[in-house]
Design a protein around this ligand. Structure first.
Ligand code: DLZ
Length: 160
């Protein structure tokens, strides 16, 4: 049988940062609430969760990298709401956010999760921030939990 290493969803005794973009805040706040609720229900202490707000999704990678560099956190959950307009602006911001959030995680060896919803319509944003398509903030928190626990399992097998 191969050895299988996989993460669980235990949030106890870990420190979290939630980096949240303010744009479309009526939906973004729902993502933050979903992420906090998920972490707490999996054992996190509210005092171990720091919410950092930034202007828009474009800034998420910069702030995630700065948080990784400056704060002692086990995972960074990045949340934002992009709603397509009449120009290509949306595509540039979405690409920057997706690429940069992952890059920050690789550079600083801390899990970063991607809770940025990219919607064509306001209705899609409603659906993804706590109604019929779930809450993508909660999903991003679950991914962060799995990654933290996965890294811990891998570290437990390391020789150094
Ligand atoms: C400029 C802009 C636009 C048009 N739309 C959104 C959006 O739907 N969601 C979002 O999070 N941010 C948006 N922004 C703001 C940019 O992310 C960024 O904050 C500004 O371009 C300033 O750098």
């Amino acid at each position: 049988m191969p050895e299988v290493i996989e993460g669980h969803f235990d949030a106890q005794d870990f420190e979290f940062a939630i980096v949240a973009a303010r744009w479309n805040s009526i939906f973004a706040e729902q993502l933050v609430a979903g992420a906090v609720d998920t972490l707490v229900r999996h054992g996190a202490d509210e005092d171990d969760i720091t919410v950092v707000r930034c202007p828009g999704s474009y800034e998420l990678p910069q702030v995630a990298a700065h948080v990784a560099r400056r704060l002692d956190v086990d995972a960074i959950i990045c949340l934002g709401v992009l709603i397509r307009g009449a120009t290509p602006h949306f595509d540039y911001i979405a690409a920057e956010a997706a690429k940069g959030i992952g890059a920050a995680g690789v550079e600083f060896d801390v899990p970063t999760s991607f809770g940025v919803i990219t919607c064509d319509t306001v209705e899609q944003a409603v659906e993804r921030s706590g109604s019929k398509a779930g809450n993508k903030g909660a999903e991003a928190a679950m991914a962060a939990l799995e990654m933290i626990n996965l890294y811990e399992s891998i570290d437990g097998l390391a020789n150094d």
